[in-house]
Ligand binder design. Structure first.
Ligand code: PRX
Length: 644
């Protein structure tokens, strides 16, 4: 099965044409290099060539209950196994390990929100909280391998509950709190979660969003859930039906639970979590990560790319509902014993200086965010940035989509004050950890994620897997396994093989187009499949289409991405309406509400257009590339398979 380069990529190429002219190079300061764990980037890349040895050395830095026999088992590709027969517990390494050190009473989680509330939890306190909840989970009958879902805001209980799962070997499956009923039901049912954690609400732009209401509605359609644990987070008065035996408040649940719970010795390959993400079809993919490899990959990349030291204060703005939050707001920083700042709120509320005020207030040293947020905040120029002292910042990072050089330069000058280098990290839910990224000692080019991390063999190839010449675009692939690679798609091994491993034989096909320049630097151009990137979030066109057709007025729908200066892309929908319906203001509003109800605010609708027909192949597949080309005024290309 081979995909042709679609014209969606051609659209993106227009934006990336600008990148072809980008020749500026920014070298790291002497101070940055002197502090860095990796002082010479090239030497580290060289070391990574013996990738099994490289990762084994990193793995040795953790505490194992039982040493592994073999670093990598490649006997059943693509079902790779890392650190074979090793026994380890992630929470032991992320929490207990620090109790006998001077980090014991250091802050592990620093939570703050748009109302200025603050909670600080030390490593010792975190240990107790995780264990209490782990014991409570056990009392509810949660066993190793059972799934626990979370539909929680960015709050300490979300981190605690994920760690409590890892403590006892339950598999966590976080549902992003910005997703709505339809998406929630689909994910919780696919995972067959036994327990769900939710909250009274979440703070957003001066309001409280009622998460419990969404959860109540969704849970009616989730028969596997035996217990709902409700966190009192916003303090909104809510009632729960404790008598039903199904609902219980978090604080009551952990009341009287002992603060000691032995960590479950997990096999290296035991599952740690499932995280759902969008693909080309309507059904979200349950990306499955396992224990030891994930731990080693995530901790190593956090340490080297963000150069973590004892005096750091780390802030990753990514929501915990996505992979960025899993790997780099929780696991990476805690595995290194650093303080992770968790912020609940929008970047521009109460005003667009709120993030910069937090950096000043707490003295954040490492700041990791998304290009869409930077593009949003740069519209205010230096009006807000100059009000705050940002001199504590040493390293900046971006993730989620390509960063345009203009946004890169604004971030570099206004936030990093031309001292803090920017780590443009390319990776995915599936990869678990950064795969292409600079290290702080590398020369940077605005808009390029630079080179593959040590131990990673990345390349740009054509459909047959042949490397393309430097400067030419092609498919981004990874040619060797890496420890935090996902192991499968939950309950769908066939799709795992078909989508990622069987398209270009022998390599991992990432689903992105990219090119390498004359210095070997990677420039990511965008997705090669029917996945949109809206404000850095992955949204599948098929998911949006099925949300549309579940509305009574819609007969057929086709959805494409439309370029947006801040969000990267928004949705453009072409709809065939049923007899008697006209696309008037009331119906447009109704459709927007409906899609929001099904998918949540991540599905940002730009335009809706009523059409009489949709371009289809003779077998009835919608040709989105024809719609994309028409929309952007480009040549439609080969239409021989188009049905008349
Ligand atoms: O298209 C690439 C883009 O985000 C996709 C992965 O999305 P997701 O699984 O939601 O994970 C996002 C956070 C890791 C990739 O296939 N992407 C991610 N990082 C970058 C990027 N595109 C360009 N540059 C990046 N640094």
């Amino acid at each position: 099965m081979k995909n042709r380069v679609s014209s969606g990529v051609m659209n993106m190429r227009r934006d990336t044409d600008v990148l072809l002219d980008e020749k500026r190079i920014f070298k790291p300061s002497v101070e940055t290099v002197e502090r860095a764990h990796v002082k010479n980037w090239e030497t580290e890349l060289e070391k990574g060539k013996d990738f099994k040895k490289y990762w084994a050395e990193k793995a040795e830095q953790f505490e194992w209950f039982q040493q592994w026999d073999e670093v990598l088992d490649e006997s059943n590709k693509p079902f790779y196994k890392w650190f074979v027969n090793g026994k380890i517990n992630l929470t032991y390494n992320a929490v207990d390990r620090w109790l006998d050190t001077d980090k014991r009473n250091q802050v592990a989680i620093l939570y703050t929100n748009e109302r200025g509330h603050e909670r600080k939890i030390t490593y010792y306190e975190l240990y107790r909280e995780v264990n209490k909840l782990a014991n409570a989970f056990k009392n509810l009958g949660v066993k190793k391998g059972d799934r626990v879902s979370m539909y929680l805001p960015m709050c300490p209980e979300l981190l605690i509950s994920m760690l409590a799962c890892a403590r006892i070997g339950a598999i966590h499956s976080v549902v992003y709190s910005g997703l709505s009923v339809g998406a929630f039901v689909e994910r919780v049912n696919d995972a067959k979660a036994k327990v769900l954690l939710t909250a009274d609400g979440t703070f957003r732009r001066g309001k409280v969003i009622d998460l419990k209401k969404i959860s109540d509605e969704a849970i009616l359609q989730c028969p596997s859930v035996e217990t709902v644990i409700v966190v009192k987070h916003t303090g909104t008065p809510i009632e729960i039906s404790e008598l039903s035996g199904r609902e219980i408040f978090y604080e009551r649940l952990i009341e009287g639970e002992p603060a000691e719970c032995d960590p479950e010795p997990m096999d290296s390959e035991d599952p740690l979590f499932i995280l759902y993400t969008s693909g080309s079809t309507g059904k979200p993919k349950g990306v499955l990560h396992t224990t030891a490899g994930y731990m080693v990959g995530v901790a190593t990349t956090t340490k080297y790319i963000f150069d973590i030291h004892n005096d750091d204060l780390w802030w990753c703005t990514g929501d915990i509902g996505w992979i960025t939050g899993h790997s780099y707001a929780i696991y990476g920083p805690l595995l290194l014993g650093t303080t992770t700042l968790i912020y609940e709120g929008a970047p521009d509320y109460p005003d667009p200086g709120v993030w910069w005020s937090i950096i000043e207030k707490y003295g954040v040293t490492k700041f990791y965010t998304a290009p869409t947020a930077i593009r949003h905040l740069m519209r205010f120029g230096s009006k807000y940035t100059r009000l705050y002292n940002l001199s504590s910042l040493r390293i900046l990072g971006t993730v989620g989509e390509p960063i345009n050089p203009e946004a890169w330069m604004w971030f570099y000058k206004n936030i990093g004050k031309e001292k803090a280098p920017i780590m443009d990290t390319w990776w995915q839910t599936e990869t678990g950890m950064h795969l292409i990224s600079p290290l702080p000692s590398a020369p940077l080019k605005p808009g390029s994620a630079t080179m593959a991390f040590p131990g990673i063999d990345a390349d740009i190839v054509d459909e047959d897997g042949n490397s393309v010449p430097l400067g030419k675009g092609g498919y981004l692939v990874i040619k060797n396994p890496w420890p935090s690679m996902f192991r499968t798609l939950y309950k769908d091994e066939q799709r795992f093989q078909d989508v990622y491993w069987n398209q270009i034989p022998g390599v991992y096909k990432a689903g992105d187009m990219a090119r390498k320049d004359e210095d070997g630097y990677f420039w990511i151009q965008g997705r090669s499949d029917d996945v949109l990137k809206i404000a850095g979030h992955r949204v599948g066109t098929a998911e949006v289409e099925s949300a549309f057709v579940s509305h009574p007025a819609v007969a057929e729908a086709a959805v494409i991405g439309k370029a947006d200066p801040v969000k990267g892309q928004v949705i453009k929908a072409f709809l065939i309406l049923k007899e008697g319906y006209q696309l008037k203001t009331k119906l447009i509003e109704d459709l927007k509400k409906h899609v929001r109800y099904e998918l949540g605010p991540v599905a940002v609708l730009g335009e809706i257009e009523q059409v009489e027909t949709l371009p289809k192949t003779r077998s009835g597949k919608i040709m989105r590339r024809v719609l994309r080309a028409r929309e952007s005024g480009e040549d439609v290309g080969d239409t021989s398979t188009l049905e008349e």
